[in-house]
Each structure stands twice: as structure tokens, then as C-alpha cells.
Design a binder for this molecule. Structure first.
Ligand SMILES: *Cc1c(COP(=O)(O)O)cnc(C)c1O
Length: 390
């Protein structure tokens, strides 16, 4: 099929015409249960009445304003994010990669502004994913994504996932920061254990290194707390968010404590669209709705249902799947069969899933998904696994 769209995605042969809650309807009239959520974006499902209302009420006000002017909607969302977290300063942007790219700049500028002008190295973990810009590709150090796009920006050192000794060995006088995902998303729902994160925090503090946590996928209550690192009871210095913060509207942000933001003075960073009034209004509505509808309780209930359902499938289909991992509604299924074979069969059953690294399948349903819909998802996966003959 020829198309004018650049050939960068291997797309399913379907297009959707509308959505409601956890369901999407295709142009052929078929219903699909959405356990992908636009990759952890549509946390309140599709067509949420409160988000729609926020959009409609603001559409005839101001769509866009330059950051040359004060934007009250931005102030309100920043205040909310800070009241809920460690953060004391927020910079708004439009995507995850842009947030991580900005976080790298914040960390480097912090040391530069203190006169430590060579202190710019950033340590990352293997298997991570931080976006598709050149610096975020260089940071993740995954040749599958970066091959052919060189030369790559310098100053990133990748060490094996959760390997504390390698991490300590990589630290030198020019180490500025460590950048990590609490739960690796694209890498295959690989969870950094709480005690590991605690230890990393301590090493960073002891060495005066900034801790940057990329919560673009794991954040925004996906694990049942605002950020996945909350479970380790630590505070990072810089956090990146995007994906779910706009509930489907493009929005991203860098959150920092007061200290880490010190180098970011007038004129050091910017974004034309970042923090526009419409995006920030919707971002604030997403956070308010999560509180009003007690989404955190739903994440806990549904997570238990899905994990229990998957345990049953593990026993029944032990020749095709071998394990389940993750937290809250960020769930990975370890596959013995090739993961894409299973996700394609699930697609035929009307269930949308996402492949990840490490031959894992991701389940990222909306956080407000109902109990019956969660159970329907497990049933569809059960049917898909039964259909696969090996
Ligand atoms: C998706 C993702 C990104 C990149 O976000 P984009 O909005 O696609 O640029 C960065 N980090 C993590 C952890 C992600 O999951």
C-alpha cells in the first residue's frame, strides 16, 4: 500500500473512527479493547466528558500564546504538580524526548553555572529508552535505535541495568547526573527494585551527583502513585513527564528541585508551544479528575484483577508465556512464543497490546478502566493464546 506518510512505523491494518472509555471503534465497525492507551497516554480513556468539557470551554479563548507573556494556566498546573511532589520548579514542553533533552541541559547547566564547566557526563542504564532526539538516543545508548544517525552527542556512559558496582566505577570527577527510568517501559517493563533506587539516591547524594528520573511512561499514577519512584520513598532532583499528563493532548514537563534549576536563568531554554494555555488547562483537568474520581483506588483494584488473571493464564499457557512483571497498570508479560505473534493474535480478538523489548508484551490500559473491561481483556488474551498453535 503506497502512502505519503514516511515509512517509519509498522502499522496495524486498521484505523479508528471514535472511542469511548477503554474501547475504540474501527472504520469497519469493529470494537477494540484498548490496553495500549496510545502507549500510556489516554489515562482517562477516550472521550472523557470532563476533559472534553475543558477543551470545549477553552477553545474560544486563547489557543496559543508565546512564553514572552505570563500564562496563568501554566502557573496553575505548575503549582499543582509542585504541591503533589518534590518539585519546586517546572518547565513545560510538548513531548517526552523534549523533556528528557531539557533535563540533560538542566543538569549540565547546574554544574557549569557553579564553575564546574567540565562536569557534564551522564550515566544511564542499559535497556533504557528516553526518546528519539539525538541526545536522548545517545543517552539510552541502544544501537537498535541510534544506528545510522551519528555522530552522536557525547557525554553519556551506559552501565548494565541495576548494576551498582558498574555504576560506582563509572562515576568520576566529571559525572554530572544519572538518568534512569524507575520501570523501563520500551525496554520491557523492567522494574528497578526499591532498595536499588534507594542505594542509587544515596550514591548520588554522597558524590554530589544529580538524580534524573524519567517518568514519562511510569509516571502520572500509572503504578498507583503519582510517580513510580514514590514506592522507594526517595526524592530525585529532576523528573521528566509527558505521555499521560495531557490525557491525550501533547504536553510534557521537566520538574526540578530549587537547587537543580539554579543554572536555568533567563534565556537559557525555551519552547514555542511549550505550556500553551489549552494544553495546561487540560493537564490541570487531568490531575483534578484523577483526584475527583479516586483513580488511585481503581488502579489498585484493577491491577490486582489483571495480575491474578494473568497468573491463571500463566498456568494454562505455560508453553507460550512464562512470567508477569510490573506494578499497578504498567504490566509486562514475558513470552516464550515471539511477543509479536501473540499481540497480533490478540489484535484479531479485538485487544490492543504493545510489544516491548526483552520479548515482553505490555499492558497499559486506561487507569479508569472498569472491572468488566479488565476481565474482558484477560479473556481476549486467553482466547488469543489458545488460538496460537505451536
Ligand atoms: C515514550 C518515552 C519517551 C519519549 O517520549 P516522546 O513523547 O515520544 O518523545 C521518553 N522516555 C520514556 C521513558 C518514554 O517511555
Amino acid at each position: 500500500m503506497s502512502s505519503f506518510i514516511m515509512n517509519t512505523y509498522n502499522r496495524y491494518p486498521v484505523s479508528f473512527v471514535n472511542g469511548k472509555g477503554s474501547w475504540l471503534k474501527s472504520e469497519n465497525g469493529d470494537d477494540y479493547l484498548d490496553f495500549a492507551s496510545g502507549i500510556a497516554v489516554n489515562i482517562l480513556g477516550h472521550n472523557h466528558p470532563k476533559l472534553n468539557k475543558a477543551m470545549i470551554e477553552n477553545v474560544d479563548k486563547i489557543w496559543h500564546l508565546s512564553n514572552l507573556y505570563k500564562i496563568p494556566e501554566q502557573e496553575k498546573l505548575a503549582e499543582k504538580l509542585c504541591s503533589l511532589s518534590f518539585a519546586e520548579k517546572v518547565f513545560f514542553c510538548n513531548s517526552g524526548a523534549e523533556a528528557v533533552e531539557g533535563a540533560i541541559k538542566v543538569a549540565r547547566k547546574y554544574f557549569y553555572s557553579k564553575g564546574e564547566t567540565l562536569r557534564n557526563e551522564i550515566i544511564t542504564f542499559s535497556g533504557s529508552f528516553h526518546g528519539r532526539t539525538l541526545a536522548t538516543l545517545a543517552a539510552a545508548g541502544n544501537p537498535n535505535y541510534s544506528e545510522g544517525f551519528g555522530p552522536m552527542p557525547e557525554g553519556f556512559i551506559s552501565v548494565p541495568f541495576a548494576d551498582h558496582d558498574a555504576f560506582k566505577r563509572a562515576i568520576n570527577k566529571n559525572t554530572a547526573a544519572v538518568l534512569l527510568e524507575t520501570i523501563q517501559g520500551e525496554g520491557g517493563i523492567r522494574v528497578l527494585p526499591d532498595n536499588c533506587l534507594k542505594e542509587i539516591r544515596k550514591i548520588c547524594t554522597d558524590n554530589g551527583i544529580l538524580l534524573i528520573i524519567d517518568e514519562v511512561q511510569s509516571g502520572m499514577y500509572r503504578t498507583g502513585s503519582l510517580f513510580a519512584y514514590d514506592w522507594a520513598s526517595i526524592e530525585p532532583d529532576i523528573v521528566t513527564i509527558a505521555k499521560a499528563i495531557g490525557g491525550g493532548f501533547p504536553l510534557g514537563a521537566i520538574l526540578t528541585n530549587e537547587k537543580a534549576s539554579q543554572g536555568m536563568v533567563n534565556g537559557t531554554h525555551g519552547s514555542t508551544f511549550g505550556g500553551n494555555p489549552l494544553a495546561c488547562t487540560i493537564g490541570k483537568k487531568v490531575l483534578d479528575t484523577i483526584e475527583d474520581e479516586d483513580i488511585v483506588s481503581n488502579v489498585k483494584i484493577i491491577s490486582q484483577i489483571i495480575f491474578e488473571g494473568l497468573e491463571v493464564l500463566l498456568k494454562k499457557h505455560g508453553n507460550k508465556i512464562s512470567g508477569v512483571r510490573g506494578k499497578g497498570l504498567m504490566i509486562g508479560i514475558e513470552c516464550l512464543e515471539k511477543n509479536s505473534v501473540i499481540t497480533e493474535e490478540a489484535f484479531k480478538q479485538g485487544l490492543l497490546l504493545v510489544n516491548a523489548g526483552d520479548n515482553v508484551i505490555r499492558m497499559l490500559p486506561p487507569l479508569n478502566i472498569s472491572q468488566p473491561d479488565a476481565e474482558a481483556g484477560i479473556q481476549k488474551l486467553d482466547q488469543a493464546l489458545s488460538n496460537i498453535k505451536i
